[in-house]
Design a protein around this ligand. Structure first.
Ligand SMILES: *Cc1c(COP(=O)(O)O)cnc(C)c1O
Length: 417
């Protein structure tokens, strides 16, 4: 009998009432981030002894009920009965992310925007008021600036100069504070521990989009976040091959967000959960490599005669460096830099890059570049771009896990006139 079959036999025994050996339980407790990326949440299917969570590609499950001799009906407890409400593959991913975020629970979504919108709607209740940092993801900004008001909610945006004066922005119906840091594309750093302290002193729910840092570079639950949202499309899945979202946080909030998800319907597919969970197994390795590559590129660009400014919180000259150093354990894989000259020249530099591809999105194994004025921030007017520090030659780069030398060489040759 092959060894795996022995394990299967033991698990079959255990199902019949025997004790499981430690090796068969798959319980590891709280461990280092690399270990948890690999093991946390993984499901050992007792019928086959799986090492990897299986893809339970099911829409529905045996209905949990019982009838007595008289034919009377009673509900039975069962973990799953319809995949929009819950699925074992999706649950496995949720448990992994909850463990990595040191959160009580998590719930997965079909996209980052489904996660953001459902979480915020759930927290705002009826006719709520939200305080939000100004420099947030474009889709989130549209949701806050147009859709929420049309549903009877209000949103007040604030920038970094206002974070010490948030009290002036409070209303009787203010319910929550929403932050994103580092910001896109200027990599500004908000001091979330300060903002969250203020929020909790005023009974506000604290929500953070942790897509950019990932739990490897920042642990918002330890800094006072109640609700942590992710576009898992980015670093968590990490291979630019799925659209996915997830919310982690305090159990009571996540429970309500899950209830709202089952109504609004933005739940995650089992196969997406499988790919995302598979991606997370290498999250720590990938994020650390991206951090190191981005730092090397930032240093190279900082000394380059054609570059007027490098925006990367890992650089000591960056305005947010000290706060980032206090709050984060890595500075991330995204950096932006400004070319001396005109936008036409910046566009040419982009097109000369061979390794980094010109595309939206970030957080994948491959390096990607964009010019915010041509892509993510195209709809902003000149005055707004200026206010946000987005110049017409700003280039944003999501640094992948390629070899550091190759990336530096590629950017160097693209900058040659
Ligand atoms: C991409 C992104 C989102 C939206 O996620 P989708 O998966 O595209 O819906 C939200 N927040 C941030 C910071 C993002 O980068």
């Amino acid at each position: 009998m092959p060894p795996t079959a022995i394990v299967m036999y033991r698990i079959a025994d255990a199902l019949a009432g025997d004790q499981l050996e430690d090796n068969e339980k798959g319980e590891i407790g709280e461990k280092g981030m690399g270990t948890m990326c690999v093991h946390a949440g993984e499901v050992i299917d007792p019928s086959s002894g799986t090492i990897v969570t299986p893809i339970y590609q099911n829409a529905t499950f045996l209905y949990p009920y019982a009838i007595d001799e008289k034919g009377n009906y009673t509900d039975k407890e069962a973990p799953y009965f319809y995949t929009r409400l819950g699925n074992p593959t999706v649950r496995s991913l949720e448990n992994k992310v909850a463990a990595l975020e040191h959160a009580e629970d998590a719930v997965a979504f079909s996209s980052g925007m489904a996660a953001v919108s459902t979480a915020v709607l759930s927290v705002l209740g009826e006719k709520g008021h939200l305080l939000s940092v100004r420099d947030i993801y474009g889709g989130t900004h549209s949701f806050f600036a147009s859709l929420l008001p049309s549903l009877g909610h209000n949103v007040t945006f604030f920038d970094r100069s206002r974070t010490k004066f948030l009290e002036e922005l409070l209303r009787t119906n203010t319910r929550a504070v929403y932050v994103e840091t580092p910001t896109n594309p200027t990599l500004d750093i908000y001091d979330i521990s300060e903002i969250f302290e203020f929020a909790h002193a005023h009974d506000l729910v604290t929500i953070i989009d942790n897509t950019f840092p990932t739990p490897i570079n920042m642990q918002p639950s330890r800094l006072g976040a109640d609700v942590i949202v992710h576009s898992a499309t980015k670093y968590l899945s990490g291979h630019s091959d799925v659209i996915a979202g997830i919310v982690a946080g305090r159990g009571s909030y996540v429970g309500r967000i899950r209830e709202m998800m089952t109504i609004l319907g933005g739940s995650m597919e089992p196969f997406t959960a499988f790919l995302t969970e598979r991606g997370i197994k290498t999250l720590e390795l990938r994020v650390k490599k991206s951090n190191a590559n981005a730092m090397a590129l930032a240093e190279f660009l900082n000394d380059h005669r054609r570059i007027s400014k490098v925006l990367y919180p890992g650089l000591e000259g960056h305005e947010g460096h000290d706060v980032a150093e206090r709050l984060m354990s890595g500075y991330g894989g995204v950096l932006s830099f400004e070319l001396r000259g005109r936008k036409e020249e910046a566009r040419k530099v982009l097109r000369k890059m061979k390794i980094a591809k010109i595309a939206a999105s970030l957080g994948g194994v491959e390096s990607l570049v964009t010019m915010p004025i041509d892509t993510s921030h195209r709809q902003l007017k000149e005055a707004e771009l200026k206010e946000r520090g987005i110049s017409e030659t700003l280039i944003r780069m999501s640094v992948g896990i390629e070899d550091e030398e190759d990336l530096v060489d590629d950017v160097a040759q693209a900058l040659e006139l």
